[in-house]
Design a protein around this ligand. Structure first.
Ligand SMILES: *[C@@H]1O[C@H](CO)[C@@H](O)[C@H](O)[C@H]1NC(C)=O
Length: 324
């Protein structure tokens, strides 16, 4: 019998691709998870296998939340995850939420909020879920988790659970907010530091233990800043994911540094895991990787001024991260 017309067409169409990379599957890259403004996304998996993603304020919500049953297809929920505020914060600029599950089954959301005492600058807040629903509502702690307003404030928190059960939070000191102008307000000398800090916390996820330690900072190859830190441990190596440059700049990207101890030293690989022009991305950033190191969410401009959320499969071998 003759092969059907359609299968013949398909066979011919696939041939050049197969010849071009005979041994390696071509990376397909991130796929769009939410075709709407959902910047700085993070995600958490739940015991029943559902995924929840959280995004910066948008679509009429202070903190946006979306869910997925398979990590492939996502649905934006019409729910305000943070219906009440901490006494220290204003009602605007709830940025870069990140959620972890606690041992007691409740969830902790870390987020950036604008400081009432110093508007235009931000502190990191922590809020605990009322029950065991990861979509909230989350009830803010009365006091901010970290401020550092004298150094520009604090933003972009992410929780981390170490293999020995110790919990940490990483965040960025927002030095460029008190910079001298130019690129993201930090392109004019003297350039302000934008350190990434590591803070140990108690099992409750919200009570700091000791002082934070600095684990990274910008250098000239990062442009005005490093930000959006997110930490995982994979087979004995700590991977600190972060973004460099201004989020509006085509140079915004996702990079990672590695360390063999949680407190560092962290060595920048200077690998651009995601960058403008690859996989159709424009200023990709705000990447968050799962604890297992096989999934990532991030944002990329999908229209002017709209940062859609994308999801990707990744693979880690040794100290190298690859987008699949
Ligand atoms: C991502 O991984 C899942 C689970 O292995 C798989 O079903 C899916 O096809 C992958 N997606 C892409 C775009 O590679």
């Amino acid at each position: 019998m003759w092969p059907s017309f359609s299968s013949n067409i398909l066979g011919l169409a696939l041939l050049p691709l197969a010849l071009a990379s005979p041994f390696q599957k071509r990376a397909s890259g991130p796929w769009m998870a939410l075709d709407t403004d959902f910047p700085d996304p993070s995600f958490v998996g739940t015991p029943d296998g559902t995924w929840y993603a959280f995004g910066t304020n948008g679509n009429g919500k202070r903190v946006q939340v979306a869910s997925s049953s398979d990590f492939q297809k996502w649905t934006l929920l019409d729910k305000e995850a943070l219906p009440t505020l901490g006494g220290w914060e204003t009602d605007v600029n709830h940025w870069a939420p990140h959620v972890i599950m606690r041992n007691d089954g409740k969830y902790v959301m870390y987020y950036s909020g604008e400081a009432k005492s110093d508007t235009g600058h931000h502190c990191v807040g922590a809020a605990v879920s009322q029950g065991t629903d990861p979509s909230g509502p989350y009830i803010p702690q009365p006091n901010p988790f970290a401020c550092n307003l004298d150094k520009g404030g604090s933003i972009d928190p992410a929780g981390f659970l170490d293999s020995d059960g110790t919990r940490y939070v990483v965040y960025k000191v927002d030095g460029n907010s008190i910079g001298n102008g130019g690129d993201c307000n930090n392109g004019v000398a003297p350039i302000k530091p934008t350190p990434i800090m590591l803070q140990k916390v108690k099992e409750d996820g919200v009570t700091p233990v000791g002082d934070p330690v600095q684990i990274l900072d910008r250098d000239s190859s990062d442009g005005p800043l490093v930000e959006a830190p997110n930490l995982i441990l994979h087979q004995g190596t700590y991977f600190l994911f972060y973004s460099t440059h201004c989020f509006t700049d085509p140079k915004y990207d996702v990079r990672y540094a590695t360390a063999t101890s949680i407190t560092g030293p962290y060595t920048k690989t200077n690998t651009q895991l995601l960058k403008t022009g690859e996989f159709g991305m424009t200023s990709p950033g705000g990447g968050t990787v799962s604890g297992a190191g096989d999934k990532l969410v991030l944002h990329s401009f999908c229209e002017p001024n709209v940062r859609c959320a994308y999801a990707a499969n990744i693979s880690i071998k040794g100290k190298t991260v690859t987008v699949l």
